[in-house]
Design a protein around this ligand. Structure first.
Ligand SMILES: [Zn+2]
Length: 108
């Protein structure tokens, strides 16, 4: 996925970064991507593109629309499940892709 800082005051404004390893952290009861905060201005970066077809952004959107209490409860319940269902398969997919690319490269 590609993320970038959309703070026009920031020296990293609109500088796009490609994130290959998706990791989540809980901050103030919000589920965010690790590395999603701008290292320069602390702004929450904008996600431009998701390579994973199921889309992590839509999941974050659902969390955001819930009340804080609901969110906390569902995050506590789902933290482990979410990791198993979404993040592990995604990592496997990436690894598989890397191995396939490597094999193809060796074939010439
Ligand atoms: Zn910034």
């Amino acid at each position: 996925m590609i993320i970038y800082c959309n703070n026009k005051e920031c020296e990293k404004y609109n500088i796009k970064e490609c994130i290959n390893k998706v990791r989540y952290v809980l901050k103030d009861n919000e589920l965010i991507l690790k590395d999603q905060y701008c290292e320069k201005c602390g702004n929450l970066k904008t996600i431009e593109e998701l390579k994973h077809k199921d889309g992590f952004t839509s999941n974050i959107g659902k969390f955001s629309s819930k009340s804080r209490d609901e969110k906390t409860a569902s995050l506590k319940k789902r933290a482990t499940k979410h990791y198993e269902q979404h993040i592990e398969p995604y990592k496997e997919h990436v690894n598989h892709e890397a191995i396939t690319n490597f094999k193809n490269a060796n074939k010439g």
